[in-house]
Write a protein that binds this ligand. Structure first.
Ligand code: CS2
Length: 506
């Protein structure tokens, strides 16, 4: 089913709720499941019910169901919060995807979620479902921090409170590694082969990394289970991409006006989407390629390009924008200087670190990224992207910086991004407006920032010492340290605009 269906706002009596029963009365311009949902059986358990998976893998799967392969319905599981489950259940797990581009909105109701559960209060049901033979794939979008990793190394954070708790009570897991290990253990005990674990988060080599995390967790729990997981469970790597900002009330109102009934939690995204997947699914998979996914032997080149060029540029823009008081990525791209800084980041620091990407012209890819960032229909808040910097900076920007130094080159723009993140930790923008830092390490990081708020060199030195974020080889580079301190001092004394002018020579 295509995403692009132009919508004319309608004036239906409001009050009704989107549901199976209201599908037939939707305006003809609204896309909807082109298949009998009652005939669909669950084949996928998806963990992490945020907006991204509903704009991305659920729409690919919706298309596969519409193409007639009805054994791949999805049951969604949120590890913590009941909010999305409670919004979706009364509407038979249907929801609307509002695709926005300049002057043209299109809407489709997505039907691939069959049910929604919450681990925190339905653990037995979740584990029974994950252990069921019909479940052949477990997909995940739990964000970088959801895997309980040490962000600098990508290894399991063995001191993580959820991991400690799960090791004490492994049959009632609360962490994602604990949940995967327990479900696989139950399947093994029942003679059911393991599901494929498909990680759809922005980690470098996401499948390999999460495999390492789950195997290590299992080793601490039961070495025999660890050996089984290492030998038998497939963790293909994936590259996922679709810009999907958090849903706002204004989006709910737009959707309600178009549908003529209320959708408690629609999702907004850009038109573009991309999914590159390693084709290693021992128990089979949906024919996602029919919906445009690219199945490959090796995802790594695609993933490096996306994680560095898209996500790295997002992080640079987010930290500079939050401290300058710029609200969205589209607004940042309307700034007189920021687009030029992003182009330099791509050209000088990131593209030189990338291997060739099959079928892709990388400068054309970054030019297309620039157009995506400028999409005025997408109000992607810079404060949203600023979250979890401790998890995001290492794969997006610190690793390419380390690679550049190892090749004898100094990065031109990455030190500015790192300095902007450090300045951002002061929790107040240049206009004096306070904001909160959202990060699993927020307490420690903002504590360091508060203690060193007058002194760029001291602040940078204290943050460089945080080994969960900074690899020792990188912070041992005097040129890296000096460049970050210089930029941070400039951001703290003369501000974003003057710092960018100095960098760009404008
Ligand atoms: C963003 C991503 O919030 C962020 O950190 O960089 O969510 C980004 O929008 C997606 O990865 C796009 O595919």
């Amino acid at each position: 089913m295509p995403d692009a269906i132009t919508v004319q706002p309608t004036t239906h009596p409001s009050g009704t709720r989107l549901s199976s029963g209201s599908l037939d009365s939707l305006p003809a311009t609204i896309g909807r499941p082109a298949y009998d949902r009652a005939a669909v059986t669950p084949g996928i358990v998806h963990i992490g019910l945020g907006a991204f998976c509903r704009a991305h893998l659920a729409t690919y799967t919706d298309d596969v169901l519409a193409a007639g392969d009805t054994q791949w319905g999805i049951v969604g599981v949120d590890p913590l919060s009941p909010a999305i489950r409670d919004a979706l259940k009364p509407q038979d797990c249907l929801y609307t995807l509002l695709v926005r581009e300049e002057g043209r909105d299109s809407l489709r109701v997505v039907g691939s979620f069959l049910d929604a559960l919450v681990t925190a209060d339905q653990l037995d049901e979740v584990l029974a479902l994950m252990a069921a033979p019909a479940t052949r794939i477990v997909t995940l979008t739990v964000t970088e921090k959801g895997y309980c990793q040490d962000a600098a190394t990508g290894a399991l954070d063995e001191a993580h409170p959820l991991i400690r708790a799960d090791l004490d009570a492994p049959e009632a897991p609360r962490s994602v590694p604990g949940l995967l290990a327990e479900a696989i253990r139950r399947r093994r005990a029942a003679g059911v082969p393991p599901f494929t674990v498909l990680v759809c988060d922005n980690l470098a080599q996401n499948g390999i990394k999460v495999r390492g995390i789950v195997v290590r967790y299992a080793e601490l729990r039961d070495p025999d289970l660890a050996a089984y997981i290492a030998a038998q469970v497939s963790f293909p790597c994936t590259m996922v991409d679709r810009i999907t900002p958090a849903t706002q009330d204004a989006d709910r109102a737009t959707v309600e006006a178009a549908l003529g009934c209320r959708d408690a939690w629609p999702v907004v995204s850009e038109p573009f989407k991309q999914w590159v997947i390693e084709d290693r699914f021992p128990l089979g998979r949906p024919a996602w390629e029919k919906a445009g996914a690219i199945l490959v032997e090796d995802v790594h080149p695609f993933e490096l390009m996306k994680l560095r060029c898209l996500n790295g540029a997002h992080s640079l823009l987010a930290y500079l924008s939050v401290i300058a008081g710029i609200e969205t990525i589209a607004d940042a791209m309307a700034d007189p200087q920021l687009p030029a800084v992003v182009r330099r980041l791509w050209a000088e620091d990131l593209i030189p670190t990338l291997p060739p990407v099959p079928g892709t012209d990388i400068p054309a890819y970054t030019a297309a990224l620039e157009a995506r960032f400028r999409n005025p229909g997408i109000r992607h808040r810079t404060i949203q992207i600023s979250s979890d910097g401790s998890q995001k900076l290492p794969p997006r920007l610190l690793e390419p910086a380390r690679e550049l130094f190892a090749a004898g080159k100094a990065p031109a723009v990455i030190p500015l991004a790192v300095a902007a993140w450090m300045r951002f930790l002061l929790e107040v923008d240049e206009k004096g407006t306070a904001y909160a830092v959202a990060d699993p390490m927020a307490a420690a990081l903002t504590g360091i920032a508060r203690a060193n708020r007058q002194d760029a060199a001291a602040l940078a030195a204290a943050l460089f010492a945080v080994e969960d974020i900074f690899a020792p080889e990188l912070v041992a580079e005097p040129a890296f340290r000096a460049a970050v301190v210089e930029r941070l001092d400039s951001l703290m004394t003369v501000g974003v605009a003057a710092t960018l002018s100095a960098l760009l020579g404008t």
